[in-house]
Design a binder for this molecule. Structure first.
Ligand code: ATP
Ligand code: MG
Length: 207
């Protein structure tokens, strides 16, 4: 699984609309398990797969990600995708990270298992699989047979093993949090308090 002298860095991509404890607990679990030196959170600029609904302004998503990660010394936030115009693709982002950091760094891209099920639709997936390792976090309410089949298929076709990590069952999603805010239901304990206050202060997710 990579050479000893490499510095291992986790990449946690997401819309983070808003960021929540599912993202944070997963990043921390993977950081610990793979002995990563840090995890870089990468809020997406304009993800091609999320065109169905209007995504919250990137300034807000960036600031919420900063607020959520500030208490963990191993967490960082990158503006690499936020600064781009047009659609952003993970393969381009990872190429940039590789160029930026150089040969001594090894990247672990952290995703939920739901994202892995769709990974074969990602742009230039064969290139991407060679740029970084992938870690699939098991998400609650999830059929693991589908995931195992997919991982088996990827291993057969691309010769690439995707690591699996069981994270404590966190049935938290940004969709559910947005829905709760709109219905004036509580979101306390689903995400950091600073993010909750930020949502209130800026009137996000109200109908
Ligand atoms: P939405 O409901 O809007 O799709 P989300 O909660 O899925 O939001 P994203 O920003 O889409 O959050 O997800 C970013 C990454 O975090 C994805 O790889 C996703 O699979 C993963 N993820 C999201 N929620 C969880 C969770 N509760 N536990 C583990 N991973 C998660
Ligand atoms: Mg999602």
């Amino acid at each position: 699984m990579g050479q000893n002298n490499h510095i291992k860095v986790g990449i946690m991509g997401g819309t983070f609309d808003p960021i929540h404890y599912g993202h944070l607990a997963t990043a921390e679990a993977v950081r610990y398990k793979f002995n990563l030196s840090r995890v870089i959170f990468v809020p997406s600029g304009n993800p091609p797969h999320k065109v169905a609904r209007a995504i919250t302004d990137k300034k807000h998503r960036y600031l919420m990600t900063i607020l959520a990660t500030v208490t963990n010394p191993s967490f960082e936030v990158s503006t690499i995708e936020l600064n781009k115009e047009g659609y952003t693709y993970t393969v381009d982002t990872m190429k940039e990270f590789k160029n930026l950091y150089g040969e001594n760094f090894e990247f672990y891209f952290i995703t939920g298992a739901d994202a892995i099920l769709e990974i074969l639709t990602w742009r230039d997936i064969d290139t991407l699989l060679n740029l970084c390792h992938f870690v699939a976090a098991t998400r609650p309410g999830f059929n693991n047979k589908d995931l195992d089949d997919k991982l088996e298929y990827i291993k057969g076709k691309y010769g690439k093993e995707i690591f699996k990590v069981e994270v404590p069952s966190l049935a938290i999603s940004s969709t559910d949090i947005r829905r709760r805010v709109a219905k004036e239901e509580p979101i306390k304990y689903l995400l950091p308090e600073a993010v909750e206050r930020y949502i209130q202060k800026n009137h996000l997710y109200r109908e």
